[in-house]
Design a binder for this molecule. Structure first.
Ligand SMILES: [Zn+2]
Ligand SMILES: [Zn+2]
Length: 341
């Protein structure tokens, strides 16, 4: 016996096997599931109408709510496409990675996320050398070549994007699944689109110094079709976007990357205990599968204060670091985000 509930079950199985999918593909799967269930029992009445997609998603999410899972929507920042993924809402930590990575590898991922989130000039990206270098600041026995392998796996599994210029940035999957973590850990760095209120890591910013306008590429294009002024400060932008500032890799200027960035010391010492809490949460997750790179976590206790106050030069053990490292990097403080150079 089949019932109309089976459409939901079939649909969930199909989307669970994909990490992230476009609305177009998801809608096709929905239709196929309806067809499959009706093929078993023709008498079954299943309400299906293409234009009822939002209703379908709402019903699905109502059914998933007790499991703290959401069939969540996000725009792909590069293409502007509607994307969906099943997201675990039970935890706002990086639990989603726990089944694929060791504790050391997850710490490494967090360190890279930090460099991306604290990147200068709202560029939200980090060079491959800087990403590789982060392994020195994580309590792990991972070697550079193992780290290289793990980085490749972060890209292959859709947690990071690698640009043609070799810079890493946040993937749509990471923005979707780790957004609660990013918002709670980097409240001053997370930018929201002025039009759709979703998180932006790639897009446009207004050139008026105090103007807070930030737009996704697709939201910008939509706005431009109708108007040529800033929706926030009303300044005239001109014919093209040449005067506008960028968010994301295009905002990165050569020579800006002077060493690694750490969250401000004051923020860590004000006794909010935030970092301790994050630490203990990540420590409680043991690798559930053997790591491909045999990484072991050497010490799990002492990550607090990692790299703070250390002289970068003292740690340079490879020539390749010379390319990017300046002298001692001034700690980049939170709250500088709003000041653009
Ligand atoms: Zn937007
Ligand atoms: Zn403006």
């Amino acid at each position: 016996m089949v019932s109309s509930n089976d459409v939901q079950k079939l649909f969930l199985q199909a989307v669970a096997s994909r990490r992230i999918l476009s609305k177009q593909v998801a809608a096709k799967i929905w239709y196929k599931c309806v067809e499959a269930v009706q093929a078993v029992d023709e008498t079954l009445e299943i309400e299906y109408r293409e234009n009822k997609w939002d209703e379908w998603v709402n019903r699905l999410n109502a059914a998933l709510e007790p499991l703290a899972i959401e069939f969540a929507h996000v725009f792909d920042e590069a293409t502007g496409k509607d994307m969906y993924a099943l997201v675990n809402r039970k935890s706002d930590e990086i639990a989603q990675l726990a089944s694929d990575y060791t504790a050391g590898e997850i710490m490494y991922f967090r360190a890279i996320l930090e460099q991306i989130m604290l990147a200068p000039n709202e560029s939200y990206c980090v060079s491959s050398l800087a990403a590789l270098r982060e392994v020195n600041h994580v309590q792990t026995t991972m070697t550079k070549s193992q780290a290289q392998h793990v980085l490749g796996s972060f890209v292959a599994r859709g947690w990071l994007l690698k640009s043609p210029k070799g810079r890493y940035s946040l993937s749509t999957r990471t923005i979707l699944e780790l957004q609660p973590y990013l918002r709670s850990t980097y409240p001053d760095e997370v930018l929201e689109c002025t039009i759709c209120f979703e998180m932006v890591t790639s897009g446009y910013a207004c050139f008026t110094p105090a103007c807070k306008l930030r737009l996704h590429n697709h939201c910008y294009k939509n706005h431009r079709r109708m108007r040529s002024d800033c929706p926030t400060c009303k300044v005239e932008w001109g014919e093209d976007d040449s005067k506008l500032l960028r968010v994301g890799e295009q905002a990165f200027k050569d020579g800006q990357e002077k060493g690694r960035r750490v969250r401000s010391v004051e923020a860590d010492e004000d006794g909010d205990g935030e970092e301790d809490e994050e630490q203990s949460q990540s420590q409680s997750r043991e690798p559930s599968e053997p790591s491909q790179s045999q990484t072991k976590v050497k010490k799990e206790k002492t990550t607090k204060g990692k790299g703070k106050g250390k002289k970068k030069v003292a740690e340079s053990d490879e020539d390749e670091e010379m390319e990017e490292d300046g002298e001692t990097p001034p700690p980049r403080t939170q709250g500088k985000r709003k000041a653009r150079s």
